[in-house]
Design a protein around this ligand. Sequence first.
Ligand SMILES: [Zn+2]
Length: 216
Amino acid sequence: MNPAGFLLDLLYPPKCPFCGRVLERGEESWCASCQENLPWTEPGQDKQVEGCSSCLSPLWYRDGVRSGMHRYKFGGGRGHAELFGTLMAQCLHDRWEAPVDLITWAPLHPKRKKERGYDQAELLARRVGELSGLPVSGTLEKTRATAVQSQAGEDEARAANVRGAYRVLRELDLTGRRVVLIDDVATSGATLSECAAALRRAGADSVVGLTFARAR
Ligand SMILES: [Zn+2]
């Protein structure tokens, strides 16, 4: 390790993104306990989302996964995209055999992206693209700032909150394309469903969702 890296590790010791514990020697990216105990989904437990062929997620959205996502989105932990995206790429590789042409994501509204400094779904999409070798491209835009979906309440309210809030970028033609649509968490599925509908209107042949975690 170079001297600067050593100093940085002393000042800011790397922590497990899920439980927040300082990593021990030999632990990389996340702690051994979380590696064993995270709530992994089984292949048959993928969420059904309207407009998507399926929605794959490696993890259930609870316990450490929930806190990890919170650190990633609200705690400035943008670096967690590397590990989270790796787990998503593995899930896609293990559970999706049909051909894919393109990876895209459900974008933040530009205002929200500016506040946060990054778009969490975009960083995940870029990491999945890097590992899978599939092209990544921004195809959607959010046309109005909606209430934060995690605060929008029941499924019905969530669906109303995002209805008509996404469209594909101007004049984009996706005819015949088979798309992987990425988001951070699938709760009601309303965001994925809206985005999938917009992609299909632009000609996409199929859309499969891929999120880091899913709610029950
Ligand atoms: Zn941990």
